[in-house]
Structures are given as structure tokens and as C-alpha cells.
Design a protein. Structure first.
Length: 273
């Protein structure tokens, strides 16, 4: 059995298929880990959703910000953006089945010494703490009142964590950490406008994974979300969003030997971080 971790797909179905062919993925014995953002901006989000769903337990995907945006749009909470490519899903005959499946995906997956997440972990959160907090938000998203949760999840505040947080403010920090964070201060205060290359980070902020004494540093965190960061492969960090959507490759890493696989983008959209 091999486990292949794959960066953001964002509707790039052809490239995902090519990547699976390159690694000779066998769903009968292999497993696919996806860092979230299965959908949006790319040309074939519906095909990506159908493929990943069809793989059953052979595929594990965490939720990304674009996946949550799809759920919000589908429930009349958010409007489609000019660059969104979600209409095919919204008009599909199996949309309800696909959206129900997507809503029940985790925000965090922990297995052995690996942590799979879309954006990151706050530096003060241990893996066990992050898993517990992820469960809180997942329970809300999967519950009967999930539409209210989707309405209240948007916003940039609070910017940091406090154990005293309750209600939707608490859940918003959890969601923002797992699906939107790129940089934060030493104290774990997040900034959400920054999307650029690492050398352009504003003063006072660091990549979340470079904060000294990060509580999750003993595990290998696999994430995406930050296409301008590019590929980062360290002992305890794997950043796999290599910007296939923008003309970069789509990347996968086989976890047992850290071997990198890549395919080129077929039809990139105009680059803008």
C-alpha cells in the first residue's frame, strides 16, 4: 500500500487523472490524500468531485476554503464570484449527493505522524488540540443547523485563539486557521489579506510553520492553500500547492519514501495571487 498526498486540485481534473496514471494509483490497495480545494477556478470541478467521491475510503480529502465557498453558495449564503467555475456542480443532477458528501469531509486528518490540513495549524495548538477543535467545527458543519454555521463562519475576527472563545467566534477561528491562514505573528495572530511570495511577508509576521517552538513541530503537516509559496518539502512540513491552476505543476508525494511526482498544467488561467 502506498499513500500519495496531492496538492490543491481546484477543478483541474485532467491533470489529476494524469498524476494518478503517473503514480499508477490502485484504489484497491493505495490511498490518496488531498489537501482540500477540490473545486473552483479550474474547468472541471464536477468531474473532480465525482472522481474523489467514487474512490470511497481510498481517498481522504480535507475541506478547503473553496470547498466551503461552494457549500455556502449552494445554500444561498454567498454569491458566485466573477472567477468562480461552480455552475456545473450547482446544476448537476447529483448535486445534492455531492454536496452532502462534501459537507461531511473532515477539516483535519491525523494518521501516524502525519497531519493533513488545507491551510495550517496555529503555532500554540498541539496536534491533539487541533484534532479536538476540528471535531467541534466538523460537528457544526454536519449538524442539522449547518446553514446557520455557514452564515456565521465568514469574517476575519477574532484573529487569534483564546480558550475563552465560545459560540460562532470560536468556530470561526477554527475554520479560518484550517482553511485560510498563511501567516501569523509569534503570538498566533493571523493576517488574511496576504497571498504573495514568502519574501513579501509584512513585518511582524511569519509563515505559520516557521513560528519558533510550534506545538505541532513533532509531526509532519501536509498542506496546500498557498500557491505563491510553492513546493516546500521538509522533515515536518510538506507544502504541496504548486499552482497547477496558474500554470505550475500539480504535485504529489509518496509518503513512505518522500518521492515527488509532478505533471504540467494543460490550460492555466491568468496568474493572480
Amino acid at each position: 500500500m502506498a499513500i500519495y498526498a496531492v496538492g490543491d486540485v481546484q477543478g483541474c481534473y485532467a491533470e489529476l487523472q494524469q498524476l494518478l496514471e503517473q503514480v499508477r494509483f490502485d484504489p484497491a490497495q493505495d490511498q490518496l490524500w488531498l489537501v482540500g480545494d477540490l473545486v473552483n477556478r479550474g474547468p472541471d470541478s464536477l468531474a473532480v468531485l465525482r472522481l474523489v467521491q467514487s474512490l470511497g475510503n481510498s481517498a481522504i480529502t480535507v475541506l478547503g476554503n473553496h470547498d466551503l465557498h461552494l457549500l455556502a453558495v449552494a445554500n444561498g449564503i454567498a454569491e458566485l464570484h466573477r472567477t468562480d467555475t461552480l455552475d456545473e456542480i450547482l446544476n448537476a443532477p447529483d448535486r445534492d449527493e455531492l454536496l452532502h458528501w462534501l459537507r461531511n469531509r473532515p477539516l483535519l486528518h491525523v494518521e501516524d505522524n502525519y497531519v493533513l490540513v488545507h491551510a495550517g495549524l496555529l503555532p500554540q495548538w498541539s496536534v491533539a488540540r487541533a484534532a479536538s477543535l476540528a471535531h467541534e467545527a466538523e460537528t457544526a458543519l454536519r449538524g442539522n443547523d449547518y446553514v446557520t454555521f455557514l452564515k456565521r463562519m465568514y469574517g476575519n475576527t477574532p484573529r487569534g485563539w483564546s480558550d475563552d472563545l465560545t459560540g460562532y467566534k470560536r468556530l470561526r477561528v477554527i475554520i479560518n486557521t484550517f482553511t485560510r491562514m498563511r501567516i501569523c505573528t509569534l503570538a498566533g495572530e493571523m493576517e488574511f489579506k496576504f497571498k504573495s511570495e514568502i519574501h513579501n511577508i509584512p513585518p511582524g509576521y511569519l509563515p505559520w510553520f516557521d513560528v519558533p517552538n510550534r506545538a505541532s513541530a513533532d509531526s509532519t503537516v501536509i498542506f496546500g492553500h498557498w500557491s505563491a509559496l510553492g513546493l516546500v518539502l521538509r522533515e515536518n512540513v510538506m507544502a504541496l500547492d504548486t499552482g497547477c491552476l496558474w500554470g505550475g505543476p500539480m504535485s504529489a508525494v509518496r509518503l513512505d519514501d518522500r518521492h515527488l511526482f509532478q505533471v504540467t498544467c494543460n490550460n492555466p488561467v491568468a496568474k493572480h495571487w
